[in-house]
Design a protein around this ligand. Structure first.
Ligand SMILES: [Fe+2]
Ligand SMILES: [Fe+2]
Length: 247
């Protein structure tokens, strides 16, 4: 019914950036022909203008419609302004498919690593979720920072500072999926009927142990929602599969 590619954390400009990983993954994604591709931040390493221009060039390769939100690295060195000028608005909605609303949030703070959605954006998100519910739409939220701590990422430091408030709104308004990046570890938590799925890094060597670079795919069919990790080399591993309650 709906097929989505979710990639994150390019880190263009980093010494660990691997262009071949990114090009190979984008090639794979284009061949998968997703309805939409969601990119959850850290497109750049430092937020520099030239890095942002390069990241924009890479985004051009993606053939499907895209939703992009900034990460903490994109908000360094006034990168948040560059992001808005070169990439797009830092938050917004995308409704290109029937019955699906994607709500992109900017969880970055200038020159800080921690994340925050903030009260104004939270209220806006709640309105968008309510509107989608009223219209019988699936609801996907995309933001860079994870809302729930991710296993194998050590002592928690960068969870949203307003995680409790945002988590409450998301569950109360019954979002179907929350997609994030940031920790470079792919994982999925189920809380009530909502999946919280993080993607790994698609194109950097900022990896833990033998973790491969990867991106995720989301398949929403009549009965189930399934989220799958895809390594750059083509291996797949299901992160979660759960009943589609929005039919
Ligand atoms: Fe990152
Ligand atoms: Fe990050």
């Amino acid at each position: 019914m709906v097929f989505i590619a979710h990639l994150s954390d390019f880190h263009v400009g980093s010494l660990s950036f691997q262009e071949d990983y990114l090009l190979k993954s984008m090639d794979t994604i284009n061949s998968m022909d997703p309805d939409v591709t969601i990119v959850t931040g850290d497109l750049t390493e430092n937020g520099y203008y030239m890095e942002m221009e390069k990241a924009a060039d890479y985004l051009e390769i993606i053939k499907s419609p895209i939703m992009v939100v900034p990460g903490n690295h994109d908000a360094r060195h006034v990168g948040d302004q560059c992001f808005r000028e070169i990439i797009r608005d830092r938050y917004g909605t995308l409704e290109i498919i029937d019955n699906l609303k994607i709500i992109g949030l900017d969880s970055s703070e200038p020159d800080l690593d921690y994340g925050k959605v903030g009260r104004a954006q939270q209220a806006w998100m709640e309105e968008q979720l309510k509107d989608a519910s009223d219209n019988g739409m699936h609801k996907i939220i995309a933001l860079h920072h994870h809302i729930i701590p991710v296993p194998r990422t050590g002592r928690e430091r960068n969870v949203l500072s307003d995680a409790g408030d945002i988590l409450y709104s998301i569950l109360e308004k019954k979002a179907d999926i929350v997609l994030s990046g940031h920790k470079h570890v792919a994982h999925a938590w189920m809380v009530e009927d909502t999946a919280f799925a993080t993607a790994g890094t698609v194109s950097s060597l900022k990896l833990r142990g033998k973790d491969p670079a990867s991106f995720n795919t989301v398949n929403i069919d009549e009965d189930y929602i399934e989220i799958v990790l895809n390594t750059v080399d083509g291996e797949t591993n299901r992160l979660v599969k759960y009943e589609n309650r929005c039919r």
